[in-house]
Write a protein that binds this ligand. Sequence first.
Ligand code: SAM
Length: 222
Amino acid sequence: MHDDLLHEQLNYYRARAAEYDESLQSVGDPGAAESAEAREWQEAVRALRGLGPQGRVLELAGGTGIWTEELARIAGELTVLDGAPEMLALNRAKLGDARITYQTADLFAWEPTERYDLVFFAFWLSHVPPERLDAFLDNVERAVAPGGRVFVVDEPAGGSEVSGPNAAGMYQQRTLRDGRAFSIVKVYYDPTEIGRQLEQRGFAPSAIGGGAHFFHLSSQRR
Ligand code: SAM
């Protein structure tokens, strides 16, 4: 996979930041019409809240803050990392929480230097190409303190493909309101397989929930 595509993917999200929230369906809205999507989303929210108070929390690819808001409820200290400064500016403006530290970083070049009690990422895993998955999960392992936890939310393989079908199992074309088109990575991973790969890295068997639209996976590092 060429670095150009990963660069284009990040440029897409930088350009999309201002229209990101509006372009999402309102599945995360507790008042949204009852649907399988809304139920699965809320199930992920409940599972995350169910972790209870956490110490140091790291959110990867936090975007405009849809999940940052949830993490801020349970985190003692929260760091949010994203490659798009435009996303982080919106996140900061929306949450206005001085307890949150924001860091602009390219996750394909990122190397964790600290350890966290909880490492969380939503709708990021599916943007990691298969040949970068091992290196990414190795970094996740390094970032989670012993006894700490990883929590993942995304769309599953063989599901409803809420974000649309992909080509060759790993690409999508996305178009912004102004007509600009971008190629991005979109891989629907099997959460059971991700859990297995985490086990190989010293995590306990994962608790996996969700359905055809969204999965959530939670696993504790031994
Ligand atoms: N987690 C947020 C959510 O659930 O709404 C955002 C998910 S959005 C689908 C993907 C995020 O990945 C965007 O915020 C984008 O800026 C970020 N991103 C894309 N490429 C990146 C990279 N190379 N390094 C870090 N973040 C990146």
